[in-house]
Structures are given as C-alpha cells and as structure tokens.
Ligand binder design. Structure first.
Ligand code: SF4
Length: 393
C-alpha cells in the first residue's frame, strides 16, 4: 500500500460518507455525493446546494476567541479542490471526477428550480429539511435587512406547496438521512393564518409519516421530521391565541424563532422594526404555554456606540420579563451593515459609530454575564450566531 493510501480513512455512518486525510482534512458526501463538509490545507470550505461556495477564514484579533469571515469563492475554485480530493480517494470513488463535477452543477440548477435562495436559517437548523411555504418577507422594510429583497412575498396554496414538498423529497432522495428536523421558510412562515399553517403541517406529516412514538406516545420520525420550526415576526397580524398555538404544536410545530433584535425602542426605530416589547413578552408567554420552544435573536452592535447603553439595557430589561426554559435559546448575532442600506444611510446621518467585531463580542459578554442564566442543560443556551458563515449545504 502506498504511503498516501495509509493516510486515508473512510467512514459511512448511514448519513454520509466521510473521508479523513492525515487525521486532519475531511471530505464528507451526502447520500447523493454532494459535498457537505470540506477542509483542505488547514482551511474550511462550504459548497451550498445552490452551487455558491465560501471559504471560512479565521480572523486574527486581540483576544483568544477566534472570529471568522466567509469569503465567496468561484465555483471553479471549488471544482479544483474537489479534483484534488478526488485524487486522494480515487480508489474509492465510484465515478469519474469530471462526471461528478458536471453532475454537481446540474444538481445545483435543479435545486435553484425548486427553491428560492435559502437566505438564512437559525443556527440550530442548518441541517434541517427546508420547505418554503412562504417566499420572501411580507414586511421587507427593516433598514438593515437585505435577505429577501430579491423576491416578492407569497404564501403557497395547498396544491403549490404539495408540489414543492414532492420536488424537495425527490431532490434529496437518498441524501435525506443527513437531514434533521424540518424548517419552514421563508421569513415569517409561522405568521400566516392558523388554518393555512395547520393545513401545511398536515401536508408535511402526510409526506413524512412518523413510524414510532416516544415514551409519552407522541409521534416520532427517525430523522426528527416531526419537529418543525420556523421564523415569525413579532409585530404583524393579531396575536395568536394559546389554543391555536397548542393545535399547531400537536401538528408538529416545535420551535419558533423570533428576530427581536433589541429591547431598546431607539434602536428599533433605527432598525425600522415596529416591535413593541409588551407584545413580544405576551407572544413568548403564549408560545411557552403551548409548549413550543422559543429562540430569541438579538443584534450585537445595533445602534452603534451611541446607542449601545440603551441597546444593552433595553435588551436585558426585555429578557428579564420572560422566563426562558432550558429548551429555549438566545442567539446573539452581529449586525451586518450593508453599504448603501437604509441603516447605513440613517446611521451616517445620525452620526452613529459602528461597533467593531471585537466590541460586538464585548457586548455579547456583557449580555451573557448580566443574564445569569443557569448553564445548559439546566438553563437556556445563549449562543453567538454568525450569519456570515451560513450556507445551506
Ligand atoms: S428582518 Fe425580518 S421582518 Fe425585517 S425585513 Fe428582514 S425578514 Fe422581514
């Protein structure tokens, strides 16, 4: 056996085929030979199902905690990396590398014909099976957000969602075992009418039937597809009654992610997000009464240096008005200011100084320490959420 081969290990765990080179570098392929993890020469790369690629780059800084940037890569650069990897695993590759690359490009086009861009997912949902019940954001006016500006808002009707589910399941096929849970996109899918959301959850359940139950007799799917999660905004429409949330919980809605961003009304004005804290608190209480997990997302650095005090204190005040449980989450995500965005223009007009990434980390530390939650698993996790690195792989 040549020395090169001795350094290669291969694992199949029923979800993905994993090659490890020199105990350090990894190539993982899902059940359809799509790369779901790739490291090489000490670097980490991500290839989205839509064919977009990023290199995750470590940013050196003044503390021991790492920061990462995600640098877009040309598809041809990713092809070169995959060619190089294919030489390492040639004896175990059941296909020609050029055929594989052509197949991946065809696969990406197919993905883009089924999905609108999957712009973002909550960090605990990166492996979810995504169904886009809605497309875009009905509000779409937050000053900092560019996630859905490329598409009009619409909610799929029964027939159209049924076709979408069918195409998604066909697309993933043997790659389904790598997925965990279901995420309903896009921005505010949990905010549609209870009747339509119930119907959509039924459609999912019929397409992905549970074949077991837990100790309490609740239905369970081996890939956790009975657990559905979604974003919901906290300001549009009427507050849903607890009994309606309970009905949705029975149909599989397990977790709702709320982009609250800040507890400071001055910061929310700047973000142009019409949130009212009393309503947010009531919404969280109702979700919890229905035994739905909540994940609350706040923006680090929102309002810059000038509004930092108001942002931190308003956010802490809001969080102190709710009782988060061990199964709930708080996510802290750096505000990304896009040049030319309304937030950028407004904050320049108001003389707002943006926080550096290190200052955002400091703000995260202040929030965490002030919250004094019991550490998981007894208390809720408070985690950083770096949207730069997101790629739906
Ligand atoms: S932050 Fe949320 S509500 Fe605001 S525009 Fe973006 S997706 Fe819509």
């Amino acid at each position: 056996m040549c020395p090169g081969r001795r350094r290669l290990e291969r694992f199949w765990d029923g979800q993905r085929l994993k090659f490890v080179w020199n105990k350090l570098e990894v190539l993982s392929l899902d059940g359809r030979s799509r790369p779901v993890a790739l490291t090489m020469n000490g670097r980490q790369y991500r290839r989205g199902l839509d064919g977009n690629c990023k290199e995750i780059v470590r940013v050196a800084g003044p503390t021991e905690r790492d920061l990462y940037d995600a640098v877009p890569m040309a598809a041809s650069q990713m092809d070169d990396l995959l060619r190089e990897w294919s030489q390492r695993i040639s004896s175990w590759m059941p296909f020609e590398v050029e055929d594989w690359l052509v197949g991946l490009r065809r696969d990406a086009r197919n993905f883009c014909s089924i999905y609108q861009p999957v712009s973002i997912l909550p960090p605990d949902q990166y492996r979810s099976l995504v169904f886009q019940l809605t497309e875009g954001c009905a509000y779409n006016r937050c000053s900092f957000c560019q996630l859905y500006q490329d598409r009009p808002y619409r909610c799929k009707d029964r027939q159209s969602f049924s076709r979408h589910i069918g195409r998604v399941l066909e697309y993933f096929g043997p790659a389904l075992p790598w997925r965990r849970g279901v995420f309903l996109g896009d921005a505010n899918a949990a905010g549609i009418s209870t009747a339509r959301l119930s119907e959509a959850l039924e459609q999912i359940r019929q397409s992905l039937p549970c074949d077991g139950t837990d100790q309490q007799g609740a239905p369970r799917h081996p890939l956790q597809f009975e657990q559905v999660s979604s974003f919901q905004d906290t300001f549009s429409g009427r507050l849903r009654a607890v009994q309606d949330w309970r009905q949705l919980r029975k149909l599989g809605l397990d977790q709702v992610h709320l982009g609250i961003e800040s507890g400071s009304s001055a910061v929310l004005d700047l973000l142009r997000k019409p949130i009212e804290s009393g309503r947010v608190v009531e919404m969280i209480n109702r979700l919890q009464q229905a035994d739905i997990r909540v994940s609350l997302i706040f923006l680090l650095g929102a309002g810059g240096r000038e509004l930092a005090h108001s942002h931190v204190h308003g956010t802490l005040e809001l969080l102190q008005r709710v009782q988060l449980r061990a199964q709930d989450r708080v996510y802290l995500s750096d505000l990304l200011v896009h040049p030319g965005s309304d937030y950028h223009v407004l904050s320049q007009e108001l003389g707002i100084t943006p926080l550096t990434r290190w200052e955002c980390r400091e703000q995260a530390r202040t929030l965490r320490e002030s919250l004094r939650y019991e550490p998981p698993p007894r208390g809720p996790a408070v985690a950083l959420y770096d949207v730069r690195q997101f790629v739906y792989v």
